[in-house]
Design a protein around this ligand. Structure first.
Ligand SMILES: Cc1ncc(COP(=O)(O)O)c(C=O)c1O
Length: 407
């Protein structure tokens, strides 16, 4: 009996049978028995929040990232807000970032009453283009927020050099890039402040959660106060000092990460290197296949970078297809492959259009990428069979819709 090649089978969207019987998400957490045990242990303890697990998690994280300080937050968004506050962004100030990111990167600038100014991305990595960044600097610019898109570190040397020349603070949004390396240094040790997220699709998870790393002790102190109502000491410090008095010294929030999930984060951190190795192996496998497939542009990797592969975003060469990206996306979903799109450029969101008058066309590289991007499933729990299914489904759909073969 001969088997029919994937490309000749009827697409699931046209009534054929899908490549997979069950849905494969684009990202997913891994929880093991040690994680569950660590959480249960905290549930049986005295401190559900603001207890010993916070410092343990922060110390282990700082050591991993190669930073002097790590301050935990209730989400990556809260961590970004705290970093924007710590950079002293105020109404009338501007901060520059990339449009090709999650809305939170721009929003944290708005939380401070400052104005987000976008600069276009580089065509290969889709990270903030240093030349475009330099062009957007004005006397009002105070900070820059490069994003490590998909886990590939931003152009940090060039960005830091430009920022230093203009006295700007560099806040790296590394929510995709825990464990990435840039010129041999870990992300988290390079920028003035670096922000991470522990959402379940990320490299390690605390359900919701975030972290800021910094080598600046003043920033660290402000970040700690900001996440705790602006109060200069926490409840545990007061208990151990037998003291009730405290001072609120700035207007902060309750952005604390509870001990329950710090224990989870601490446990997950032990598996981070294994998670990264698996993601890198999946990326290598994808790239080995997709770099020779007509109609697909795999993500670029620069020689100075060792990406963390939060995402694996391919770009479609749309002129080789008889259908648009939306149809290819729907066809892959019908094959039970959980593709996604990262990102709708921030300036094109309705809120930003209404507030700042964006109409599209302002950032051609990011907008062109957006029209062609599809993120393939990428997470450390993927089996070899999962990876094969993605490759088979992409091959089936891409060949069906027009790309006629290999280069
Ligand atoms: C680039 C980027 N920045 C910020 C965030 C916000 O992180 P969180 O979801 O932990 O608030 C995300 C989350 O996905 C992100 O991808």
């Amino acid at each position: 009996m001969t088997t029919t090649p994937a490309s000749l089978r009827t697409l699931a969207i046209d009534g054929g049978s899908p490549v997979r019987a069950t849905f494969l998400p684009y990202g997913r957490q891994s929880i093991d028995e040690a994680d569950i045990h660590a959480v249960v242990e905290v549930l049986r303890s005295d401190w559900l929040t603001t207890g010993p697990k916070i410092a343990e998690f922060e110390d282990a994280f700082a050591a991993y990232a190669g930073a002097s300080h790590a301050i935990s937050f209730s989400s990556g968004t809260a961590a970004l807000h705290a970093a924007a506050f710590t950079a002293d962004l105020k109404p009338g100030d501007e901060a520059i970032t990339t449009p090709l990111t999650f809305a939170a990167t721009g929003n944290c600038i708005l939380y401070q009453g400052a104005t987000p100014v976008f600069a276009d991305v580089s065509p290969d990595t889709l990270n903030l283009n240093p030349e475009k960044f330099a062009e957007r600097i004005t006397p009002k610019t105070r900070a820059v927020f490069p994003v490590d898109y998909a886990g590939h570190p931003a152009d940090l040397t060039a960005i830091l050099e430009i920022a230093r020349k203009h006295g700007l603070i560099v806040i790296e949004d590394a929510c995709h890039a825990l464990g990435a390396e840039y010129r041999g240094a870990r992300v988290g040790s390079i920028a003035d402040m670096t922000v991470f997220s522990f959402h379940p699709v990320k490299h390690i998870t605390t359900g919701e959660g975030g972290m800021v790393t910094t080598n600046n002790p003043h920033f660290a102190e402000t970040l700690r106060r900001f996440r705790n109502h602006g109060i200069s000491s926490d409840a545990r410090q007061r208990q151990s000092a037998a003291q009730w008095y405290y001072e609120m010294v700035l207007l902060g929030f309750n952005y604390r990460l509870p001990d329950i999930v710090c224990a989870l984060g601490l446990q997950q951190l032990k598996r981070l290197e294994a998670n990264l190795a698996r993601r890198r192996a999946v990326a290598d496998r994808y790239t080995a296949v997709f770099r020779d497939m007509l109609g697909i542009v795999p993500p670029a990797v620069r020689s100075e970078a060792n990406p963390a592969w939060h995402l694996y975003p391919i770009r479609l060469d749309l002129k080789t297809f008889v259908v648009d990206r939306a149809q290819i996306f729907r066809a892959l979903r019908a094959e039970n492959i959980g593709v996604n799109v990262h990102y709708i450029p921030v300036h094109l969101h309705l809120y930003y259009r209404d507030r700042f008058g964006y109409r599209g066309g302002e950032f051609p590289v990011a907008e062109d990428a957006y029209s062609r991007l599809i993120s393939l499933p990428m997470f450390h729990g993927m089996t070899d069979k999962d990876v094969d299914d993605v490759i088979q489904a992409v091959t089936k759909v891409i060949e069906h819709y027009g790309a006629t073969g290999k280069n």
